[in-house]
Design a protein around this ligand. Structure first.
Ligand code: AMP
Length: 223
């Protein structure tokens, strides 16, 4: 069992690394951002409420994301652990998460803090797009398509940009991030759970470090 949190600004590679680490450890990834985008797409009550916050780069109310997480971590596929990407975003969410885990006899084992400076982030975010069919992630500056207009993984020619990946929203999202992340990292550092990750490094370099730390935890804890 290994329960992992990914902290880091938008564009720091958390989504890409979560997929790689989740495959390696055979545990699911839970992304509150992805879950909320699905709600918006389905035009559900939650989606309608969350949309305004998301397009302006603000946080949606805590109780909404806490409920999403609560419902998700108790599902069968999380029995060997999970990677949470995009949650918690503030101390109140972190404390609720700890309490929630306590009631099901679980705890957070590792918190990876992805570190990248803002200049690189803006380029990473404004350049990113994904395949509409299979969800493969690309970036027009850093990870281009092998063949123009065709997905490397599934050959689809349809791609998506996130609505909140525009320059104005990115600025608010970074401001919100910087407003809360210092307290969050302090909180987890105090509990000896925090690992700093130099997320400017290449995708394979970063994933190797994440896998190494996670595997070490698992071997020391007889899992
Ligand atoms: P992300 O995909 O993690 O960058 O999240 C996209 C947007 O979803 C954020 O800008 C917030 O509006 C919302 N969101 C995602 N996770 C949370 C969270 N834990 N708390 C509040 N809002 C969130």
């Amino acid at each position: 069992m290994i329960n992992v949190i990914f902290l880091g600004p938008p564009g720091s590679g958390k989504g890409t690394q979560a997929t790689i680490l989740a495959n390696n450890l055979e545990i699911p990834t839970i992304s509150t951002g992805d879950a909320l985008r699905r709600e918006v797409e389905n035009e559900s009550e939650i989606g309608k409420m969350a949309k305004g916050y998301m397009t302006s780069g603000q946080l949606v109310p805590d109780e909404v994301v806490i409920n999403i997480i609560k419902n998700r971590i108790t599902q069968e596929d999380c029995s060997n652990g999970f990677i949470v990407d995009g949650f918690p975003r503030n101390i109140s969410q972190a404390k609720s998460f700890d309490q929630m885990l306590k009631t099901v006899n679980r705890k957070i084992d590792i918190v990876f803090n992805f570190e990248v400076n803002d200049d690189i982030l803006v380029k990473r975010i404004s350049g990113r797009f994904s395949c509409k069919e299979c969800g493969a992630l690309y970036n027009r500056y850093f990870k281009t398509l092998k063949k123009e207009g065709v997905c490397d993984s599934c050959n689809s020619s349809q791609f998506l940009n996130r609505a909140d990946d525009n320059e104005n929203t990115v600025k608010s999202r970074l401001e919100v991030f910087h407003g809360f992340n210092g307290d969050l990292t302090k909180y987890y550092k105090k509990n000896n759970l925090l690992y700093s990750i130099d997320a400017v490094q290449s995708v394979p370099f970063v994933s190797e470090r994440l896998i190494e730390i996670s595997k070490k935890f698992l071997s020391l804890n007889n899992n």
